[in-house]
Design a protein. Structure first.
Ligand SMILES: Nc1ncnc2c1ncn2[C@@H]1O[C@H](COP(=O)(O)OP(=O)(O)OP(=O)(O)O)[C@@H](O)[C@H]1O
Length: 579
C-alpha cells in the first residue's frame, strides 16, 4: 500500500487539514468528560445552578465545534479518497492500454476488470479509514488512558486488566480473518470470469441448451465466494458482541470499584462518570484500531494485485526506436518482408509460426490460406507488433519493425480483425475511428467501397444510427463491412484483412474485393481467407501448413506445385466453378 500512497501526494494539503481537524475533534472529545465531571462535582453536588448552566453551554459549544470539525474532516477525507481512486483507475487503464496481447493473455481480462474496479475501491476504502482513524484511534486511546489515570490512578487498574484482553481478542480475530480477505479477492476474479463468459456467450449457451450448466458453473463460483464471505462476516459479527462483552464487564468493574472508592471518600461521583466515559473512549478507540488492523491487510491484498498490473512492463515498447524517427522518416511504400520469422505464444510448447520467409509488395494483393490453426491470424498479429517475434526479422520498407516507433508503424496499417469489433456510438463514429478528422464525404465514400453504404442508408437514422454495445444490432456481415470501412477511411499503406470477408455472401465478397482493388492499387494488401474464391485472384498466395509455408505463388502455379493447396481447393471448391 505504501507504493500506492504516492498517488496521495497531490492531495497532501487536504490530508494535512484532515489530520488537523481529526486531531482537534479528538481533543474536544477528550475534554468533554472532564467538563461533565465538573458539572456533577461542583455544580450538582453544591446545587450551583449558575455553574451548571455555564458549564452546560460551554459543553454544548465544544460539542458543536467538534461536530463541525468532524464534518470537515469527513468531507476532506472522502474527497481525497475518491480522487485517489479516480487517479489510480486512470493510471491503471492507461497502463493496461499499453500492454501487448501477451500481457492481456497473461493477466486475463476478467482479472484486469476486477483489479481496476473492485480492488481499487477496496484500497480507496482503506485509505479513507486510515485518514479518519489513523490519528483519532491512537490519540483517543493514549489521551483516554492519561485522562483516566488523571481522574483516578487506582481505578485505572481495571483498564490495565481490560486492555490486554481486548488486544488479544483483536489479534485472534485478525489472524483468522486476514487470510480469508485475500481469498475473497481471488474468488471475485473467478466469479467475474464466469459471469463474463456466460453473458458474452449467451447465444452459444442457449443454442446448445447449456443454460443449466452455465447456471451450475455460476452457482459454484457464487457459492464459493459466499462461503468465504460468510466466514468473514461470522468473524466480524463475533467481534462486536465480544468487544461489547469486554466493555460491559469492564464498566461493571469500574462502577463496582469506583462505588467502593466513593463510599470511602477517595473519589467523587463526577470523577467516576468521567472515568467511565474515558474507559469507553479507550475501548472504542481500540475497536477502531482493530478495524484498521483488519482492513489494512485487506487493502494490502488489493494493493498487491493493483501493483502487479502497474509493475507489468509491456513487452512491446519503443525502446529500440530511433529517437528522431517519426512517420515522415519512414519511406512511405509499405513493402513487408518476413525473414526467417519464428514466433511462439507465451507458455506454448511449439512455435505458432516457424521460419517464415516471404514478401508482400505495394500494389499487390498477398493472400494467406491454410487450415484452422495454421498460423494465419498469428502472421497478421505480428505485422502491427501485437506480439514480438522470437527469431528473425519483419521489415517494412527495409526497416525492422522492432526498431520503429510503434505509433509510426501502426499509422501505416489498416487492420480488420477476424472478429469485428464495434464500439457503442453511431455508425459514423465507428467508421471515423479509423481517421479522427475524416469528413462526412470521406466516411460515405469508405462505406461505399466497403459495400456498406446501402444497408447504412436503410437504417433508421442512416449514418447517425446508433450501434448497440458490440454492434449487436447489425448482422455479422454488416459488422465486417463497417470494420472494413473503418480501415478504408484511414487510407493506409498496408491493409491487413484477417478473414474479414468470411461473413459475406459470395456476391458481396466479390463486389467488395473488386471495389477494394481501386483503393488498394498502390497499397500492400494482405488477405487471410478460408475461401479459395477470396484468394483466387491474389497476386501471390501463401499456403500455410502448421506454421510453415507449404507454397507461395499464384493460384495456377500452386495448383501445379503445391499439394496442400490442391487439397484445400478440392476440399471446398466446386471444380466446375473454378474452371
Ligand atoms: N493467444 C494465444 N495464446 C496461445 N496460443 C495461441 C494464441 N492464439 C493462437 N494460438 C495458437 O497458435 C496457433 C496458430 O493460431 P492462429 O490463430 O494464427 O491460426 P489461424 O490459422 O488463424 O486459424 P483460424 O483460421 O482458425 O483462425 C494455433 O495452434 C493456436 O492454438
Amino acid at each position: 500500500m505504501l507504493k500506492l500512497s504516492k498517488y496521495l501526494l497531490p492531495y497532501k494539503w487536504s490530508i494535512v487539514f484532515t489530520i488537523m481537524f481529526v486531531f482537534l475533534q479528538s481533543l474536544a472529545n477528550l475534554y468533554l468528560p472532564t467538563l461533565m465531571s465538573d458539572i456533577v462535582d461542583t455544580g450538582i453536588v453544591n446545587g450551583n445552578i449558575g455553574y451548571i448552566l455555564k458549564m452546560g453551554i460551554y459543553m454544548l459549544l465544544i460539542t458543536l465545534v467538534a461536530g463541525a470539525f468532524t464534518i470537515i474532516a469527513n468531507y476532506l477525507s472522502a474527497q481525497v479518497a475518491s480522487r485517489f481512486g479516480r487517479d489510480i483507475r486512470y493510471r491503471m487503464f492507461s497502463h493496461i492500454e499499453s500492454f501487448s496481447l501477451s500481457e492481456f493473455d497473461d493477466l486475463g481480462t476478467a482479472s484486469l476488470i476486477t483489479r481496476s474496479t473492485n480492488d481499487i475501491s477496496q484500497v480507496e476504502q482503506v485509505f479513507l479509514m486510515i485518514l479518519k482513524l489513523m490519528i483519532m484511534a491512537p490519540l483517543m486511546c493514549i489521551g483516554g488512558i492519561i485522562m483516566a489515570f488523571y481522574s483516578d490512578a487506582k481505578l485505572s487498574l481495571v483498564l490495565v486488566m481490560a486492555i490486554p484482553v481486548i488486544v488479544v481478542t483483536i489479534l485472534l480475530i485478525a489472524r483468522r480473518g486476514i487470510p480469508l480477505f485475500k481469498q475473497i479477492q481471488k474468488k471475485m476474479d473467478r466469479l467475474n470470469l464466469v459471469l463474463r463468459e456466460g453473458l458474452t456467450g449467451i447465444r452459444v449457451v442457449r443454442s446448445f441448451n447449456r443454460v443449466d450448466d452455465e447456471l451450475k458453473r455460476f452457482d459454484q463460483a457464487n457459492q464459493d465466494m459466499t462461503i468465504t464471505s460468510v466466514k468473514v462476516q461470522k468473524i466480524m459479527a463475533a467481534m462486536m458482541p465480544m468487544m461489547m462483552l469486554i466493555m460491559n464487564v469492564s464498566t461493571i468493574a469500574i462502577v463496582w470499584f469506583g462505588g467502593l472508592r466513593i463510599s470511602h471518600g477517595a473519589m467523587q461521583v463526577g470523577d467516576l462518570m468521567a472515568f467511565i466515559q474515558y474507559a469507553m473512549q479507550i475501548m472504542f478507540s481500540l475497536m477502531m484500531g482493530a478495524m484498521l488492523f483488519i482492513m489494512i491487510p485487506r487493502g494490502q491484498a488489493s494493493s498487491v494485485r493493483i501493483n502487479e498490473v502497474l509493475a507489468t512492463k509491456p513487452d512491446i515498447t519503443d525502446v529500440l526506436a530511433k529517437k528522431t524517427q517519426n512517420v515522415s522518416d519512414i519511406p512511405n511504400r509499405g513493402a513487408i518482408e518476413f525473414k526467417h520469422v519464428t514466433f511462439r505464444y507465451e507458455g506454448a510448447e511449439n512455435p505458432a509460426v516457424i521460419d517464415l520467409n516471404f514478401t508482400a509488395n505495394p500494389g499487390e494483393t498477398t493472400a494467406i490460406i491454410g487450415g484452422t490453426g495454421a498460423g494465419k491470424s498469428t502472421i497478421m498479429n505480428l505485422i502491427p507488433r501485437f506480439y514480438d517475434i522470437e527469431d528473425g526479422e519483419i521489415l517494412v520498407d527495409g526497416y525492422n519493425i522492432a526498431t520503429m516507433k510503434i505509433e509510426s508503424l501502426r499509422q501505416m496499417i489498416g487492420y480488420v480483425p477476424q472478429k469485428s469489433v464495434l464500439f457503442t456510438g453511431t455508425v459514423k463514429d465507428n467508421i471515423r475511428y479509423g481517421k479522427e478528422d475524416a469528413t462526412d464525404d470521406e466516411i460515405k465514400q469508405a462505406a461505399k467501397m466497403a459495400e456498406a453504404d446501402s444497408f447504412i442508408q436503410d437504417m433508421k437514422d442512416g449514418y447517425d444510427s446508433l450501434l448497440a454495445q458490440g454492434g449487436k444490432n447489425v448482422s455479422g456481415g454488416q459488422k465486417q463491412r463497417l470494420s472494413i470501412a473503418r480501415a478504408i477511411v484511414k487510407r493506409p499503406l498496408i491493409y491487413l484483412f484477417d478473414d474479414s470477408f468470411s461473413a459475406l455472401d459470395y456476391k458481396t465478397d466479390a463486389k467488395l474485393r473488386k471495389a477494394l482493388k481501386s483503393i488498394t492499387a498502390t497499397s500492400t494488401t494482405i488477405i487471410v481467407a478460408q475461401r479459395i474464391s477470396t484468394v483466387i485472384d491474389a497476386d501471390k498466395i501463401i499456403v500455410l501448413d502448421e506454421g510453415t509455408i507449404a507454397g507461395i505463388g499464384t493460384h495456377e502455379s500452386l495448383m501445379d506445385t503445391c499439394q496442400v493447396y490442391r487439397e484445400i481447393v478440392s476440399s471446398q471448391v466446386d471444380k466446375e466453378e473454378l474452371a
